[in-house]
Design a protein around this ligand. Structure first.
Ligand code: ACO
Length: 318
Protein backbone atom coordinates (compact mmCIF):
# COMPACT_ATOMS: atom_id res chain seq x y z
CA UNK A 1 0.00 0.00 0.00
CA UNK A 2 1.16 3.56 -0.68
CA UNK A 3 0.76 6.58 1.56
CA UNK A 4 0.33 10.30 0.87
CA UNK A 5 3.30 12.62 1.15
CA UNK A 6 3.27 16.40 0.78
CA UNK A 7 5.86 17.15 -1.90
CA UNK A 8 5.09 20.83 -2.62
CA UNK A 9 3.16 23.71 -1.06
CA UNK A 10 1.99 27.07 -2.42
CA UNK A 11 -0.18 30.04 -1.45
CA UNK A 12 -1.86 33.01 -3.08
CA UNK A 13 -3.08 36.15 -1.34
CA UNK A 14 -5.00 38.82 -3.22
CA UNK A 15 -3.18 42.15 -3.58
CA UNK A 16 -5.51 44.45 -1.67
CA UNK A 17 -4.67 44.83 2.02
CA UNK A 18 -7.30 46.27 4.37
CA UNK A 19 -5.97 47.37 7.76
CA UNK A 20 -7.97 47.68 10.96
CA UNK A 21 -7.60 51.42 10.59
CA UNK A 22 -9.19 51.22 7.11
CA UNK A 23 -12.23 49.48 8.62
CA UNK A 24 -12.80 52.32 11.08
CA UNK A 25 -13.73 54.54 8.10
CA UNK A 26 -17.11 52.85 7.75
CA UNK A 27 -17.52 50.77 10.90
CA UNK A 28 -17.75 51.67 14.56
CA UNK A 29 -14.63 49.77 15.57
CA UNK A 30 -10.98 50.42 16.41
CA UNK A 31 -7.57 48.92 15.81
CA UNK A 32 -7.25 48.60 19.59
CA UNK A 33 -10.49 46.54 19.91
CA UNK A 34 -9.64 44.22 17.03
CA UNK A 35 -6.01 43.65 18.01
CA UNK A 36 -6.69 43.16 21.70
CA UNK A 37 -9.58 40.69 21.09
CA UNK A 38 -8.10 38.77 18.15
CA UNK A 39 -4.50 39.74 17.30
CA UNK A 40 -5.57 40.65 13.75
CA UNK A 41 -3.89 43.75 12.24
CA UNK A 42 -4.90 43.47 8.58
CA UNK A 43 -6.45 41.11 6.04
CA UNK A 44 -6.20 40.61 2.26
CA UNK A 45 -9.42 41.16 0.35
CA UNK A 46 -10.09 39.87 -3.17
CA UNK A 47 -11.67 42.47 -5.43
CA UNK A 48 -12.74 41.09 -8.83
CA UNK A 49 -11.13 37.69 -8.20
CA UNK A 50 -13.35 34.88 -6.98
CA UNK A 51 -12.48 31.72 -5.03
CA UNK A 52 -11.72 29.71 -8.17
CA UNK A 53 -9.29 32.38 -9.44
CA UNK A 54 -7.26 32.25 -6.22
CA UNK A 55 -7.28 28.43 -6.16
CA UNK A 56 -6.18 28.39 -9.81
CA UNK A 57 -3.15 30.56 -8.92
CA UNK A 58 -2.23 28.05 -6.19
CA UNK A 59 -2.68 25.09 -8.55
CA UNK A 60 -0.45 26.77 -11.16
CA UNK A 61 2.28 27.38 -8.58
CA UNK A 62 2.09 23.77 -7.37
CA UNK A 63 2.41 22.48 -10.93
CA UNK A 64 5.43 24.74 -11.57
CA UNK A 65 7.15 23.67 -8.35
CA UNK A 66 6.55 19.98 -9.03
CA UNK A 67 7.52 19.94 -12.71
CA UNK A 68 4.64 17.52 -13.31
CA UNK A 69 2.11 17.90 -16.10
CA UNK A 70 -1.52 18.59 -15.11
CA UNK A 71 -2.56 15.33 -16.85
CA UNK A 72 -0.46 13.46 -14.26
CA UNK A 73 -2.92 14.41 -11.51
CA UNK A 74 -5.50 11.88 -10.28
CA UNK A 75 -7.49 14.31 -8.16
CA UNK A 76 -8.12 17.97 -7.43
CA UNK A 77 -9.85 18.58 -4.10
CA UNK A 78 -10.79 22.06 -2.92
CA UNK A 79 -11.91 22.86 0.62
CA UNK A 80 -14.13 25.94 0.62
CA UNK A 81 -17.27 27.42 2.11
CA UNK A 82 -17.29 30.25 -0.42
CA UNK A 83 -17.48 28.56 -3.85
CA UNK A 84 -18.20 30.60 -6.98
CA UNK A 85 -21.24 28.44 -7.71
CA UNK A 86 -23.28 25.70 -6.08
CA UNK A 87 -22.33 23.81 -9.22
CA UNK A 88 -19.76 23.45 -10.73
CA UNK A 89 -17.45 22.89 -7.78
CA UNK A 90 -14.39 25.10 -7.45
CA UNK A 91 -12.32 21.93 -7.86
CA UNK A 92 -13.91 21.25 -11.27
CA UNK A 93 -13.27 24.86 -12.31
CA UNK A 94 -9.61 24.59 -11.29
CA UNK A 95 -9.26 21.18 -12.94
CA UNK A 96 -10.50 22.75 -16.19
CA UNK A 97 -8.35 25.89 -15.85
CA UNK A 98 -5.12 23.91 -15.49
CA UNK A 99 -6.11 21.13 -17.92
CA UNK A 100 -5.89 18.26 -15.42
CA UNK A 101 -8.24 16.24 -17.55
CA UNK A 102 -7.43 12.87 -15.97
CA UNK A 103 -8.25 14.07 -12.46
CA UNK A 104 -11.48 13.64 -10.58
CA UNK A 105 -12.50 16.86 -8.85
CA UNK A 106 -14.80 17.84 -6.02
CA UNK A 107 -15.16 20.32 -3.15
CA UNK A 108 -15.16 19.57 0.56
CA UNK A 109 -17.38 21.77 2.72
CA UNK A 110 -16.21 21.75 6.32
CA UNK A 111 -15.69 25.49 6.88
CA UNK A 112 -12.51 26.22 8.85
CA UNK A 113 -11.85 22.47 9.26
CA UNK A 114 -12.08 22.08 5.48
CA UNK A 115 -8.39 21.69 4.68
CA UNK A 116 -7.87 19.03 7.35
CA UNK A 117 -10.95 17.14 6.13
CA UNK A 118 -9.78 17.43 2.50
CA UNK A 119 -6.23 16.28 3.22
CA UNK A 120 -7.51 13.29 5.21
CA UNK A 121 -9.80 12.43 2.28
CA UNK A 122 -6.94 12.71 -0.22
CA UNK A 123 -4.76 10.47 1.95
CA UNK A 124 -7.42 7.79 1.78
CA UNK A 125 -7.53 8.02 -2.05
CA UNK A 126 -3.75 7.52 -2.18
CA UNK A 127 -3.99 4.58 0.21
CA UNK A 128 -6.51 3.05 -2.17
CA UNK A 129 -4.24 3.33 -5.21
CA UNK A 130 -4.23 6.86 -6.63
CA UNK A 131 -0.83 8.38 -7.35
CA UNK A 132 -1.08 12.12 -6.80
CA UNK A 133 -3.28 15.17 -6.65
CA UNK A 134 -3.83 18.69 -5.40
CA UNK A 135 -5.50 19.60 -2.11
CA UNK A 136 -6.31 23.30 -1.91
CA UNK A 137 -8.10 25.43 0.68
CA UNK A 138 -9.49 28.62 -0.84
CA UNK A 139 -11.91 31.23 0.45
CA UNK A 140 -13.39 34.53 -0.57
CA UNK A 141 -14.93 35.02 2.87
CA UNK A 142 -15.40 38.72 2.07
CA UNK A 143 -18.42 37.90 -0.09
CA UNK A 144 -20.11 36.02 2.77
CA UNK A 145 -19.87 38.88 5.24
CA UNK A 146 -22.30 41.57 6.25
CA UNK A 147 -19.85 44.49 6.09
CA UNK A 148 -22.09 46.46 8.47
CA UNK A 149 -21.73 43.78 11.17
CA UNK A 150 -18.62 44.76 13.08
CA UNK A 151 -18.75 41.66 15.27
CA UNK A 152 -17.92 39.38 12.32
CA UNK A 153 -16.65 41.54 9.41
CA UNK A 154 -13.40 42.43 11.19
CA UNK A 155 -12.41 38.80 11.71
CA UNK A 156 -12.08 37.37 8.22
CA UNK A 157 -9.87 37.60 5.13
CA UNK A 158 -9.48 36.06 1.67
CA UNK A 159 -6.79 33.76 0.29
CA UNK A 160 -5.89 30.30 -0.93
CA UNK A 161 -3.14 27.75 -0.45
CA UNK A 162 -2.57 24.09 -0.98
CA UNK A 163 -0.32 21.10 -1.34
CA UNK A 164 0.62 18.43 -3.85
CA UNK A 165 0.10 15.03 -2.24
CA UNK A 166 1.98 12.13 -3.85
CA UNK A 167 2.20 8.40 -3.26
CA UNK A 168 5.17 7.24 -1.21
CA UNK A 169 6.33 3.99 0.38
CA UNK A 170 6.43 5.44 3.88
CA UNK A 171 3.52 6.83 5.86
CA UNK A 172 3.72 10.59 6.38
CA UNK A 173 0.18 11.39 7.52
CA UNK A 174 0.51 9.20 10.60
CA UNK A 175 -2.85 9.70 12.23
CA UNK A 176 -6.17 11.43 11.60
CA UNK A 177 -9.15 12.31 13.75
CA UNK A 178 -12.18 14.02 12.23
CA UNK A 179 -15.15 15.13 14.33
CA UNK A 180 -18.44 17.01 13.92
CA UNK A 181 -21.37 18.14 16.03
CA UNK A 182 -24.34 19.07 13.86
CA UNK A 183 -26.47 19.80 16.90
CA UNK A 184 -24.52 23.07 17.15
CA UNK A 185 -24.90 23.77 13.42
CA UNK A 186 -26.43 27.22 13.93
CA UNK A 187 -23.40 28.44 15.95
CA UNK A 188 -21.95 29.64 12.65
CA UNK A 189 -23.96 29.99 9.46
CA UNK A 190 -23.10 31.57 6.11
CA UNK A 191 -24.50 31.65 2.59
CA UNK A 192 -28.08 30.55 3.32
CA UNK A 193 -29.84 29.75 0.03
CA UNK A 194 -33.37 31.09 0.02
CA UNK A 195 -35.81 28.20 0.43
CA UNK A 196 -38.35 29.26 -2.16
CA UNK A 197 -40.04 28.05 -5.31
CA UNK A 198 -43.36 28.74 -7.02
CA UNK A 199 -45.02 26.32 -4.57
CA UNK A 200 -43.81 27.78 -1.29
CA UNK A 201 -43.02 31.21 0.06
CA UNK A 202 -40.82 30.76 3.06
CA UNK A 203 -39.58 33.99 4.64
CA UNK A 204 -36.31 35.50 3.41
CA UNK A 205 -33.31 34.66 5.59
CA UNK A 206 -30.22 36.87 5.83
CA UNK A 207 -27.52 34.90 4.00
CA UNK A 208 -24.60 36.77 5.59
CA UNK A 209 -22.19 35.05 7.93
CA UNK A 210 -23.56 35.00 11.46
CA UNK A 211 -21.97 33.42 14.47
CA UNK A 212 -22.26 32.94 18.18
CA UNK A 213 -18.80 34.34 19.00
CA UNK A 214 -18.78 33.15 22.61
CA UNK A 215 -20.15 29.73 21.64
CA UNK A 216 -17.40 29.24 19.04
CA UNK A 217 -14.84 30.46 21.55
CA UNK A 218 -15.98 27.86 24.10
CA UNK A 219 -16.06 25.16 21.42
CA UNK A 220 -12.45 25.93 20.46
CA UNK A 221 -11.21 25.97 24.03
CA UNK A 222 -13.15 22.95 25.25
CA UNK A 223 -14.03 20.47 22.48
CA UNK A 224 -11.09 21.20 20.19
CA UNK A 225 -8.52 21.17 23.01
CA UNK A 226 -9.95 17.94 24.44
CA UNK A 227 -9.77 16.22 21.05
CA UNK A 228 -6.25 17.51 20.45
CA UNK A 229 -5.08 16.15 23.83
CA UNK A 230 -6.63 12.75 23.12
CA UNK A 231 -5.16 12.76 19.64
CA UNK A 232 -1.60 13.56 20.72
CA UNK A 233 -1.41 11.25 23.71
CA UNK A 234 2.28 11.13 24.64
CA UNK A 235 3.53 11.81 21.10
CA UNK A 236 6.17 14.55 20.91
CA UNK A 237 5.24 17.22 18.38
CA UNK A 238 7.51 19.88 16.87
CA UNK A 239 4.83 22.33 15.74
CA UNK A 240 1.06 22.73 16.02
CA UNK A 241 -0.46 24.44 12.99
CA UNK A 242 -3.81 25.50 14.36
CA UNK A 243 -6.56 27.16 12.37
CA UNK A 244 -5.77 30.87 12.44
CA UNK A 245 -8.92 32.47 13.85
CA UNK A 246 -7.84 34.28 16.99
CA UNK A 247 -4.49 34.76 18.74
CA UNK A 248 -6.08 34.48 22.18
CA UNK A 249 -7.70 31.14 21.31
CA UNK A 250 -4.34 29.75 20.14
CA UNK A 251 -2.54 31.04 23.24
CA UNK A 252 -5.13 29.46 25.52
CA UNK A 253 -5.01 26.13 23.68
CA UNK A 254 -1.19 26.13 23.97
CA UNK A 255 -1.48 26.73 27.72
CA UNK A 256 -4.08 23.97 28.12
CA UNK A 257 -1.84 21.60 26.15
CA UNK A 258 1.06 22.47 28.45
CA UNK A 259 3.19 23.27 25.43
CA UNK A 260 5.35 26.39 24.79
CA UNK A 261 3.67 29.01 22.61
CA UNK A 262 6.70 28.87 20.27
CA UNK A 263 5.34 25.55 19.00
CA UNK A 264 2.18 27.35 17.78
CA UNK A 265 3.23 29.58 14.89
CA UNK A 266 0.74 32.28 13.91
CA UNK A 267 0.17 34.52 10.91
CA UNK A 268 -3.42 35.60 11.57
CA UNK A 269 -2.17 39.15 12.32
CA UNK A 270 -1.55 39.56 8.58
CA UNK A 271 -4.46 37.64 7.09
CA UNK A 272 -7.35 37.42 9.58
CA UNK A 273 -9.36 34.21 9.53
CA UNK A 274 -9.13 32.76 6.01
CA UNK A 275 -11.18 29.68 6.98
CA UNK A 276 -10.14 26.61 4.95
CA UNK A 277 -7.10 28.46 3.57
CA UNK A 278 -5.56 29.36 6.93
CA UNK A 279 -3.62 26.15 7.67
CA UNK A 280 -2.07 25.68 4.20
CA UNK A 281 -1.13 29.39 4.04
CA UNK A 282 0.71 28.96 7.34
CA UNK A 283 2.31 25.69 6.22
CA UNK A 284 3.62 27.27 3.02
CA UNK A 285 4.99 30.32 4.88
CA UNK A 286 6.79 28.14 7.43
CA UNK A 287 8.37 26.09 4.65
CA UNK A 288 9.41 29.24 2.80
CA UNK A 289 10.95 30.61 6.03
CA UNK A 290 12.91 27.38 6.54
CA UNK A 291 11.18 26.67 9.88
CA UNK A 292 9.64 23.54 8.39
CA UNK A 293 11.37 21.44 5.75
CA UNK A 294 9.78 18.73 3.66
CA UNK A 295 11.64 15.41 4.11
CA UNK A 296 13.27 16.35 7.43
CA UNK A 297 10.75 14.29 9.38
CA UNK A 298 9.59 17.09 11.65
CA UNK A 299 6.33 16.16 13.35
CA UNK A 300 3.54 18.65 12.87
CA UNK A 301 -0.09 18.57 13.87
CA UNK A 302 -2.68 20.33 11.71
CA UNK A 303 -5.85 21.23 13.61
CA UNK A 304 -8.87 22.78 11.92
CA UNK A 305 -12.09 23.86 13.65
CA UNK A 306 -15.11 25.94 12.85
CA UNK A 307 -18.60 25.99 11.33
CA UNK A 308 -20.51 22.73 11.24
CA UNK A 309 -19.44 22.44 13.90
CA UNK A 310 -16.59 20.42 12.44
CA UNK A 311 -13.06 19.88 13.64
CA UNK A 312 -10.15 17.58 13.00
CA UNK A 313 -6.51 16.78 13.67
CA UNK A 314 -3.79 15.30 11.47
CA UNK A 315 -0.35 14.21 12.65
CA UNK A 316 2.16 14.54 9.81
CA UNK A 317 5.80 13.57 9.69
CA UNK A 318 6.95 15.91 6.94
N1 ACO B 1 -15.30 46.72 17.38
C1 ACO B 1 -15.69 47.28 18.54
N2 ACO B 1 -16.58 46.69 19.37
C2 ACO B 1 -17.08 45.50 18.98
C3 ACO B 1 -16.70 44.88 17.77
C4 ACO B 1 -15.78 45.54 16.96
N3 ACO B 1 -15.34 45.03 15.79
N4 ACO B 1 -17.36 43.71 17.66
C5 ACO B 1 -18.12 43.60 18.75
N5 ACO B 1 -17.96 44.68 19.55
C6 ACO B 1 -18.59 44.94 20.82
C7 ACO B 1 -19.92 44.25 20.96
O1 ACO B 1 -20.95 45.06 20.44
C8 ACO B 1 -20.03 44.09 22.44
O2 ACO B 1 -20.43 45.32 22.99
P1 ACO B 1 -21.46 45.37 24.23
O3 ACO B 1 -20.77 44.63 25.34
O4 ACO B 1 -21.61 46.83 24.45
O5 ACO B 1 -22.68 44.68 23.73
C9 ACO B 1 -18.60 43.84 22.86
O6 ACO B 1 -17.77 44.38 21.83
C10 ACO B 1 -18.26 42.36 23.00
O7 ACO B 1 -17.03 42.37 23.58
P2 ACO B 1 -16.45 41.08 24.24
O8 ACO B 1 -17.53 40.26 24.84
O9 ACO B 1 -15.31 41.50 25.11
O10 ACO B 1 -15.90 40.32 22.98
P3 ACO B 1 -15.16 38.98 23.06
O11 ACO B 1 -13.99 39.06 23.95
O12 ACO B 1 -16.13 37.87 23.26
O13 ACO B 1 -14.58 38.85 21.61
C11 ACO B 1 -14.85 37.64 19.60
C12 ACO B 1 -15.46 38.65 20.55
C13 ACO B 1 -13.54 38.20 19.06
C14 ACO B 1 -15.79 37.42 18.43
C15 ACO B 1 -14.60 36.33 20.36
O14 ACO B 1 -15.78 35.90 20.98
C16 ACO B 1 -14.10 35.26 19.47
O15 ACO B 1 -13.01 35.31 18.93
N6 ACO B 1 -14.87 34.18 19.28
C17 ACO B 1 -14.50 33.14 18.38
C18 ACO B 1 -15.19 33.41 17.10
C19 ACO B 1 -14.37 33.08 15.89
O16 ACO B 1 -13.16 33.07 15.88
N7 ACO B 1 -15.08 32.85 14.82
C20 ACO B 1 -14.45 32.63 13.59
C21 ACO B 1 -15.16 31.65 12.80
S1 ACO B 1 -15.15 30.08 13.44
C22 ACO B 1 -13.63 29.68 13.54
O17 ACO B 1 -12.87 30.01 12.70
C23 ACO B 1 -13.28 28.99 14.71
Amino acid sequence: MSFGKITATARYLPKKVVTNEDLTKWMDTSDEWIQSRTGIRQRHIAEAENTSDMCFKVAEKLMTKSKLEPVDLDFVIVATMSPDYTSPSVACQVQGMIGANQAMAFDVTAACAGFVYALATAENFIRSGMKRGLVIGGEKTSKLLDWEDRSSAVLFGDGAAGVLLEASEQASIMKQMLRADGERATSLTAGYRQNKNPFCTNPEVNPSLAMDGRGIWNFALNDVTKSLKEFIGDESVDYYLLHQANKRIIEKIARKMNEPIEKFPMNLMNYGNTSAASIPILLDELIEAGILTLNEKQKVVLTGYGGGLAWGNLLIQL
